[in-house]
Design a protein around this ligand. Structure first.
Ligand code: ZN
Length: 340
């Protein structure tokens, strides 16, 4: 499969090179790294073990019983975790990956961003198994221009073995790029906003409407609650475990019976990210996206309002309110400073 992709990529690049009148000598050197090893016969620092599984599950909030007890298996998504080198690095690393990075750095592609990860699981990992892995530079793309800038995508593939048998494959893709110059349009927009605000036109016209929520038979009750200014959390009819977002069944016991409890509205910021890029119509970056832990114990993603994006902090108390976004849409959001 990757062979086909490489052939297609090479063809595109040659066409592009012809268009600019100069062949891309750099790409010829980059593509020579495809198939070279980045790590050979690497070994996991620890065998698959229950403490790491427990920490992972706690961080993820995953309480599935398959990951506990004497017959526990590891969550499949931990695949990469077993191969991580930590601060002291991997054994078995080759210099190819560093050489490739040096080549890209030298060509001006000095920034790096992880773009995506694909994993394939072949068998469950069990405590006690020894981990081995090999990593290969699978693909280097032709030169691509993205909103971030121009550069090359680099894909590495790690085959992970447990007690010598292939257990899964982890593909990791990064973009090494030269940042695009910031478009001047942004500054003009800001100046226009300032003028509008000064003129007393506080209601700036949004560039686009916010995306509409997808309302279906599984979550319709939630949105009915929002319309009535009630934040409703599902509660399992059998084991009483609260859950959010709304789902047809209980992840703890499998029951399809449920009722709802109304959130008190008290919560804290459990985690957050600040969105700078990519920008979406109707959103004006940078802005903070909060993972709010409600007093009832469930977490939901929402906006934190009433505080600048760079003043949002983990543990910050927040309180529910309903934001009227436009004539059709209201959303539950969380106002900072709930205990001040
Ligand atoms: Zn249940």
């Amino acid at each position: 499969m990757s062979g086909t992709e490489r052939a297609a990529g090479g063809g595109t690049e040659r066409a592009a090179g012809g268009g600019t009148g100069r062949p891309d000598a750099l790409y010829e050197r980059l593509v020579a790294f495809e198939g070279r090893s980045a790590a050979t016969a690497g070994t996991g620092k620890d065998p698959v073990n229950l403490p790491m599984i427990r920490h992972w599950c706690e961080a993820m909030g995953d309480t599935h019983p398959a990951y506990e007890g004497p017959d526990a298996v590891a969550p499949p998504t931990m695949l990469q975790a077993w191969t991580m080198g930590g601060l002291s690095g991997h054994t078995g690393r080759s210099s190819a990956y560093e050489e490739l990075f040096a080549l890209l750095d030298g060509a001006g592609y000095t920034s790096v961003v992880a773009t995506d990860c694909e994993q394939e699981y072949l068998r469950a990992l069990r405590p006690g198994q020894e981990i081995g892995f090999d990593t290969v530079i699978e693909a280097v793309s032709e030169r691509k221009t993205t909103k971030l800038g121009t550069g090359h995508f680099v894909t590495t593939r790690t085959d992970v073995r447990a007690d010598g048998e292939l257990a899964g494959t982890h593909r990791f893709r990064i973009l090494k790029y030269a940042p695009a110059a910031r478009p001047p349009r942004k500054r003009e927009t800001r100046a226009a906003e300032t003028r509008a605000a000064e003129a007393g036109a506080a209601e700036r016209k949004p560039a686009a409407r916010r995306p509409r929520p997808v309302v279906n038979r599984d979550n319709a009750g939630f949105w009915e609650g929002v319309a009535a200014h009630r934040l409703l959390i599902q509660r399992c009819g059998d084991c009483a475990t609260p859950r959010f977002p709304w789902l047809p069944g209980c992840a703890d016991c499998g029951s399809r019976e449920w009722d709802t409890v109304e959130a008190s509205g008290a919560g804290t910021v459990f985690s957050y990210v600040v969105m700078h890029h990519p920008s979406f119509p109707a959103f004006d970056p940078p802005y903070a996206v909060g993972l709010i832990e409600l007093a009832e114990g469930v977490r939901m993603i929402s906006n934190v309002v009433g505080v600048p994006y760079d003043k949002v902090r983990i543990g910050m108390p927040v309180r529910l309110e309903f934001l009227r976004v436009d004539e059709e849409l209201e959303l539950p959001v969380f106002r900072a400073g709930g205990e001040d």
